[in-house]
Design a protein around this ligand. Structure first.
Ligand SMILES: Nc1nc2c([nH]c(=O)n2[C@@H]2O[C@H](COP(=O)(O)OP(=O)(O)OP(=O)(O)O)[C@@H](O)[C@H]2O)c(=O)[nH]1
Length: 130
């Protein structure tokens, strides 16, 4: 089974977290699910470079990485993934959605109201227990 390595940014602003919704996808279990923005690590790319690059590509903002958070190992029906998450902030939060179809800024208590990609649930749980 294919194994991918992914980085995800937990972007915080005034105690709210940025949650973004994926577009339609052939795999129904990730299609239109909410996630933390990010993407695949390129060959031999440092994780911090990968997350800054992905957020610049996807949201057109320059983030600051504050600390590494949960690492999730998840097996979907068609691929396995390891996802490294990072708590981040930004000096300018004026982002543009270039790939995602919607977004929400939610307080930690509200995070479980969204339909999350399964791999993100451990991150949501960790944030909610803070
Ligand atoms: N970025 C991101 N991907 C996630 C999360 N949760 C989760 O299950 N995934 C899955 O991990 C994979 C990440 O790939 P991606 O498509 O976002 O990454 P990418 O932009 O580098 O991909 P591409 O180069 O194929 O377009 C997707 O299959 C996605 O559904 C998450 O919180 N963030």
């Amino acid at each position: 089974m294919k194994h991918i390595e992914v980085v995800a940014a937990i972007i915080v602003k005034d105690d709210k977290y940025l949650c973004v919704q994926r577009p339609w996808n052939k795999y129904n279990y990730i299609s239109e699910k909410f996630e933390f923005p990010g993407g695949k690590i390129e060959h031999e790319e440092p994780k911090i470079d990968a997350i800054k690059r992905e957020i610049l590509e996807e949201l057109k903002i320059d983030i600051n990485v504050i600390e590494e958070s949960v690492t999730v190992n998840h097996e979907y029906p068609d691929f396995k993934m390891t996802m490294y998450s990072f708590i981040c902030d930004a000096n300018d939060y004026n982002f543009e959605l270039t790939e995602h179809i919607d977004y929400k800024w939610l307080k930690k208590e509200e995070l479980d109201t969204l339909d999350w990609a399964a791999a993100d649930i451990p991150i949501v749980e960790k944030l909610m227990e803070k």
